[in-house]
Design a protein. Structure first.
Length: 299
């Protein structure tokens, strides 16, 4: 579900939302319109990228593989500072363009869900910021030929571009520009056919790779006790235990004093001794003394 959203200002940054509410039609040839700005080498520094808005801007304006909202988000993202405020562009609400699939969704909070779209057949890796490639990748086997356009070094009069082909020496990949955005919940929402309305992390089965965890923990909303609540219960239990021990000790002292007072009130009479003196069996008894044991007769 998604709704339109007004600009938001936070910490001198204005987030301007670019709505993409209809499915942008897929253009044939976009998957082979590969842009390698600095050349293509099998390394993370020189990548070949498909569905790059830069191809239409720099190479062929007739090739429009992305809607204008996505081009503005991808190529600009942050506008120059105006009146002390920086404008940041984000796509939202979002419907994945034609030829793209929903790689996954991640709940940001109760009102917004982040959506990642990758070109069909591309594997999702991890979420990236606008302008940074590497989020979506398509495998290319060894000995396959990749044709791409790159800037000439040094640049020449003819736009400084050249078309080059490379035979893959090893299994590698071609990257695809993603389309990332947000959908928002609300009473005036409309259905988005490619986004998920699930309340938790969802990964599209076609990507085979999960999205990173949400920035906001949902542990507090899963029905269990939070860490603070558990700590509070533990402290309360410890205090209750100490209080019980003190109470028992004071009660014991009170009972001892009461027994002593009752003994004094009985005229000093002593009850039966509960402790008996042990007599030395070798000590002789005096004759006639009470409790004296008579001597045994010999033999």
């Amino acid at each position: 579900m998604a709704t339109t959203r007004s600009p938001e200002t936070n910490f001198n940054t204005v987030t301007s939302w670019l709505p993409l509410t209809t499915t942008f039609p897929y253009q044939s040839g976009c998957s082979s319109a590969i842009w390698a700005r600095l050349g293509f080498v099998q390394s993370e520094t020189f990548d070949a990228v498909a569905f790059d808005p830069g191809y239409g801007i720099t190479v062929d304006p007739a090739v429009t593989c992305m809607p204008s909202q996505v081009t503005l988000w991808w190529e600009t993202e942050t506008a120059p500072v105006l009146n002390g405020l920086t404008t940041r562009y984000s796509v939202g609400p979002i419907v994945c363009p034609g030829g793209f699939t929903t790689a996954g969704t991640s709940v940001v909070n109760e009102q917004s869900t982040q959506v990642a779209c990758c070109p069909s057949g591309y594997q999702f890796r991890q979420m990236k910021e606008a302008g940074l490639v590497g989020e979506c990748a398509s495998s290319v086997s060894k000995d396959n030929v990749i044709t791409y356009v790159q800037m000439k070094v040094p640049p020449s009069i003819s736009k400084g571009l050249t078309t080059t082909s490379t035979t893959m020496g090893n299994d590698y990949y071609v990257l695809g520009v993603p389309v990332n955005g947000f959908n928002f919940g609300g009473p005036t929402s409309f259905s988005s056919p490619t986004s998920s309305s699930s309340g938790s992390l969802v990964t599209a089965t076609s990507t085979g790779t999960s999205l990173p965890s949400p920035t906001k923990s949902s542990a507090a909303g899963n029905g269990g006790l939070s860490t603070g609540a558990k700590a509070g219960i533990g402290v309360a239990a410890a205090v209750a235990g100490i209080a019980f021990i003190i109470f028992a000790f004071l009660l014991f002292k009170h009972l001892r004093k009461r027994q002593g007072a009752e003994g004094n009130n009985n005229g000093g009479e002593k009850g039966p001794d509960t402790v008996h003196e042990l007599h030395d069996i070798n000590r002789p008894y005096e004759m006639g003394s009470p409790g004296a044991r008579p001597p045994e007769l010999a033999g």
